[in-house]
Ligand binder design. Structure first.
Ligand SMILES: Nc1nc2c(ncn2[C@@H]2O[C@H](COP(=O)(O)OP(=O)(O)OP(=O)(O)O)[C@@H](O)[C@H]2O)c(=O)[nH]1
Ligand SMILES: [Mg+2]
Length: 339
């Protein structure tokens, strides 16, 4: 990407052009060399969009719910972005093909931007790539960005870390409530939704969740996570969910929790990128030094603590970063900006 191309890409992103947004997100996925410039240029026009995280077990109806939410939001005339993150795949697309089908009703709407992103094996994974992608949507003028992640492994905890509000989707079926408690999701959901409420057992799941939330007594200001019922395929309960998301936002803004969360998020993001940069620099620039020290450790001539100390102080790429205690590293370039 030349300078000229990058500036026209930036212009197109700011205009909300869907292809430009897609290209910008590709640059993030590939950790392209122009990524730091892109993010620096976009930064002043970000901070406005609300980020909604939506997670839950496979097949619970996340994409169907998002499609319904998008429909309702579009009726209010707002621009919305959808980012479907697949934490298990190194490729975008593929497993998310089903989402495209469900989102098809919005495919021709210029005010709806939909993109899937793969994070496995990418710079810093979900914790670095997703916030960057969310910022692209933000700069593209989205009022709301919805990020979908299937709730497996650490993904739901990570998604909660990048969202202003996290919606946990459940459905009637084998021991959902108990699974929920085990995975520790009760602590990260701001709003709980029991989808497929047209099926038997939905009321039981609602009751179970309410009991567990009451037991958990989460002390998040005075917000008690509500449990809503939904039939996403029929659109039943969608406006109530949207209203609850708005209520959460109002309450969080009043209590100051909104800004606090955003600060925590920014801090984590800087930390993740810093660690990622250090990791890369250590592995690339110090390979010779590393070999020498590893041999010394193997042969009992040096202990591990001393080896690390040498790497951090004597030589190698980590030294200039750590000397002054604080440094901001730009990914993909040799440039180091001190703060
Ligand atoms: N009966 C019923 N089925 C639903 C409802 N919502 C979604 N489904 C169906 O559940 C299946 C999975 O829906 P998706 O929206 O793809 O679920 P998902 O959580 O996005 O799935 P993954 O992304 O693969 O984890 C589809 O066949 C939907 O039609 C609902 O409210 N009631
Ligand atoms: Mg889906």
């Amino acid at each position: 990407v030349t300078n000229h191309n990058l500036s026209s890409l930036l212009t197109a992103v700011r205009e909300g052009n869907a292809r430009a947004v897609g290209r910008a997100i590709s640059l993030i996925e590939n950790a392209a060399p122009e990524l730091p410039t892109l993010m620096r240029e976009l930064a002043p026009t970000t901070g406005r969009a609300m980020v909604l995280g939506l997670t839950g077990p496979p097949g619970v109806g996340k994409s169907t719910t998002i499609a319904a939410l998008v429909g309702a939001i579009r009726k209010q005339g707002q621009r919305v972005g959808v980012l479907a993150v697949d934490p298990s795949s190194p490729f975008s697309g593929g497993a998310l093909l089903g989402d495209r089908v469900r989102m098809q009703q919005h495919a021709l709407d210029n005010e709806v931007l939909i993109r899937s992103m793969a994070t496995r094996g990418h710079l810093g994974g979900l914790s670095v790539a997703a916030p960057a992608a969310l910022r692209v949507y933000d700069a593209a003028g989205c009022d709301l960005v919805i990020i979908e992640t299937v709730g497996v492994g650490q993904a739901e905890v990570e998604i909660a870390g990048v969202a202003d509000c996290t919606v946990m989707l459940m459905a009637p079926g084998a021991g959902d409530g108990i699974q929920a408690a085990k995975a520790g999701i009760l602590e990260i959901g701001d709003i709980f939704v029991v989808n497929k409420s047209d099926r038997e057992g939905a009321h039981a799941v609602v009751r179970q969740l309410r009991e567990m939330i009451a037991l958990g007594q989460r002390m998040d200001g005075d917000w008690k996570p509500p449990v809503l019922s939904l039939v996403a395929t029929a659109g039943e309960g969608v406006s109530e969910l949207l209203a609850m998301i708005g209520a959460f936002r109002n309450q969080a803004e009043r209590s100051g929790r909104w800004q606090q969360r955003r600060l925590d998020r920014a801090r984590r993001e800087v930390q993740s990128l810093l660690l990622e940069n250090l990791r890369q620099q250590v592995s690339v620039a110090q390979s010779v030094e590393m070999e020498r020290l590893a041999i010394a450790v193997r042969d009992g001539k040096l202990d591990v603590h001393s080896a690390v100390k040498q790497l951090l102080t004597d030589s190698g790429a980590a030294a200039p970063l750590l000397k002054d205690g604080v440094a901001l590293v730009k990914s993909g370039s040799d440039e180091v900006q001190r703060t």
